[in-house]
Write a protein of this length. Structure first.
Length: 550
């Protein structure tokens, strides 16, 4: 190949003239001359050029594919494969990524970056088990690292494998791998006239589910007692109308997304925060390392991650007596703040509530539904739901995920259980209004386990749809229990899989019962602890004052 051509391409890339690089390659290289290296450059240029379109993305994916297929056994080919995986995720195409990954693994064995990339592909393909296996290999070969260990702990919430004792065991392994940072600032522990209360999250944008619960709390704060500060880790370019609304609820709003850990710690410490609440834990683009290095006298975990952090400096975890039992507190590194009713409260929706008739009246058959993140649909859930569908003539199940994903793996599993024809898969809706109205098609929502739904359960209940849940062993697997107990709907709680199946079948066969349950639910929702944000806020802030003044 002419070296002058390569020099010219490198010059274009160095100067970030990606449009010129694309034009030059396409006009001066035939298919034979387009080596894996050239194809990789071509694909990257299409992604980085000005005003790159979806057509450019799809074209780049094919360049990366050809790059890999031309040189499957070279580093250049693997580079193309990694670009192929990242780009294919953007258009929710997963099958070839998994196929090529398995080929590369069979030839090369372990490639750290490739293994880390494929994890998200497995998750979006509803194959949490394979994602966990990849993480186990990463941890075994490279040792426990911050990202891989956090992901490993979090994904094990989705399957029935660990006890709460296991969660504590693995979260405690986080402490040594998180950085210990030497800060230039000294923590100021003095008490302010008003309690300076801060929250930290990356998720106050895009109508993230956490916004509905946080809004229920902060709209009722006693401004005579508290000053509210928010530390946002959301990239500024991702801020939207939701972010702008929340900025009006806080006395101070500080974006720390561009700050490294030391700068972020110093920024927060200078502000003399009395209490800081982490809304992420091991989820999202978290900053858990900041809490290891202490940001305030009192540090609390709440809402986004309902389990232990394992950190010595995370002082409290907010729960309720239904999520964590008194005799289980030893399995949490934090002290537990037990709110008297429920651990969180929803601000409600702008959608007008109406007592819609149960679809079973018109259909003459029952329609179940689950709008949860499909990663929560474990193999145990699939088997239990399949038994329910097999036992109820003409029954239907609507599945709509809260995230973009592939249904292929789910369809195969339900197909093996011979119930696929009874399942309706809905795509993720473009608007919230479209999404919430889909609940009108459902008679009874089936909760996932061991990782229960939270936001989707609040949505279903707001729309008058009862949720059948299975009692678990920790906060993530008892969220449904707390929700239903706070509605005084204990009948909708099953103690084991067989009881879960039996209750679903019994309700299906007794149309009057399910109609009665729905009417009872509709009548009590607005005054329940689930949506009574004034009562919840009072209880929440009273608990904060107790730990602050003790």
């Amino acid at each position: 190949m002419n070296n002058q051509k390569i020099i010219k391409i490198n010059k274009f890339i160095l100067e970030k003239n990606f449009d010129d690089a694309i034009l030059f390659i396409e006009n001066n290289f035939n298919n034979t001359e387009k080596t894996s290296k050239i194809l990789n450059i071509l694909g990257v240029s299409k992604l980085k050029k000005k005003n790159s379109t979806n057509f450019d993305l799809i074209s780049a994916i094919e360049d990366f594919r050809e790059c890999y297929l031309k040189e499957k056994t070279t580093n250049q080919g693997i580079e193309g494969l990694m670009n192929f995986i990242v780009s294919s995720l953007k258009i929710n195409k997963y099958d070839d990524s998994i196929l090529y990954f398995k080929e590369a693994e069979a030839f090369f064995g372990y490639i750290p970056k490739l293994f880390n990339l494929i994890i998200d592909v497995f998750i979006k393909s509803n194959d949490v088990i394979s994602a966990i296996h990849c993480l186990e290999k990463i941890i075994k070969i490279d040792g426990p690292q911050n990202y891989s260990l956090q992901k490993y702990i979090y994904l094990n919430s989705y399957i029935n494998k660990w006890s709460q004792k296991d969660f504590l065991h693995y979260t405690k392994k986080l402490e040594p791998v998180l950085p210990r940072l030497e800060s230039t600032e000294i923590i100021n522990f003095k008490k302010n006239k008003k309690i300076k209360l801060a929250f930290l999250s990356s998720d106050i944008c895009g109508n993230h589910s956490v916004t509905y619960f946080l809004k229920a709390l902060i709209q009722n704060v006693d401004r005579q007692k508290f000053v509210l500060v928010f530390y946002s880790n959301c990239k500024i370019e991702k801020e939207d109308e939701s972010t702008r609304e929340f900025k009006t609820y806080f006395d101070e709003w500080v974006n720390i997304s561009s700050l490294n850990d030391i700068l972020a710690i110093n920024t927060i410490r200078k502000n003399n925060i009395n209490i800081i609440i982490d809304l992420m834990g091991l989820t999202s683009t978290n900053r858990i390392a900041l809490f290891k290095n202490r940001l305030a006298k009192i540090q609390i975990l709440w809402l986004g991650y309902n389990n232990t952090s394992g950190l010595k400096n995370m002082d409290y975890l907010i729960a309720d007596p239904n999520l964590i039992h008194q005799d289980e507190v030893a399995h949490y590194s934090e002290k537990i703040i037990f709110l008297p009713g429920i651990w969180n409260c929803h601000s409600g929706f702008s959608i007008l509530r109406s007592n819609n008739p149960s679809p079973i009246i018109k259909n003459k058959y029952i329609t179940f539904g689950s709008f949860n993140n499909v990663s929560k649909i474990s193999d145990e859930v699939i088997n239990v739901w399949s038994k329910i569908l097999k036992n109820i003539k003409n029954s239907k199940l609507i599945i709509k995920s809260s995230i973009n994903h592939s249904n292929k793996n789910l369809k195969e599993k339900f197909g093996k259980n011979e119930v696929l024809k009874q399942i309706i898969f809905l795509d993720k809706k473009k608007s919230f209004e479209e999404h919430i109205k889909e609940y009108n098609k459902i008679d009874l929502a089936l909760d996932t386990f061991p990782y229960n739904g939270v936001t989707t359960s609040f949505e279903a209940i707001w729309m008058g749809v009862p949720v059948l849940t299975l009692k678990g062993f920790n906060p993530n697997s008892r969220a449904g229990v707390s929700i239903n107990k706070n509605l005084d709907m204990k009948y909708m709680i099953a103690n084991n899989e067989q009881e879960y199946i039996s209750k679903a079948i019994n309700l299906s066969n007794d149309h009057e019962k399910i109609i009665s349950v729905r009417k009872n639910l509709f009548d009590k929702v607005k005054n329940s602890n689930l949506f009574n944000h004034k009562k919840f806020s009072k209880e929440f802030f009273e608990e904060l004052k107790k730990i602050y003044f003790k």
